[in-house]
Ligand binder design. Sequence first.
Ligand SMILES: [Zn+2]
Length: 180
Amino acid sequence: MPRPRACRPNICAGSASVSLVTSVLRRCGSPTSTGPAKQVASIGLRAESDRVVLSYRCRVGGGEWQEVQEGVPIVRIACRFGGRRPYFICPGAVNGIACARRVVKLYGPVRYFLCRRCYRLAHASQSESAWHRALRRENKIRMRLGGEPGRASSFPDRPKGMWRRTYARLHDTVGPTKPC
Ligand SMILES: [Zn+2]
């Protein structure tokens, strides 16, 4: 079995996103190479004949870390001056309809690597739901402590009989709540 050559993808890890460009495919050995996913930065890559398989861990809205394995189809289109250029086929879906755009760059991970358009839509909806989840959690804690829901009122004092440690934990849970 041919071993995949070491590949160092052009992954730009910013605070908001990570992007993956097709140039990584040229450095991943022959298009038919298979083998164990190679760990590069925090993303494993395995190049196959018609797709690249990404494996990584991601976390959405402060939730649990999740293992993700994502197969992204690739097409190779003939260039005008010879050679063939690889493109990703976006694996995203909008309103249940597959995106399937041909792109050179994918953005992520919100959870999956997606084209720019799908990434924006997914990021917006996930951020919004994370924000609402955090608000619900915060309101529940406020009411458990005998306070009012909502951020207009100050955080309730420690009720009589509650352990300081428990109160501190609840306070810390509410503390970092911010839109993400
Ligand atoms: Zn897309």
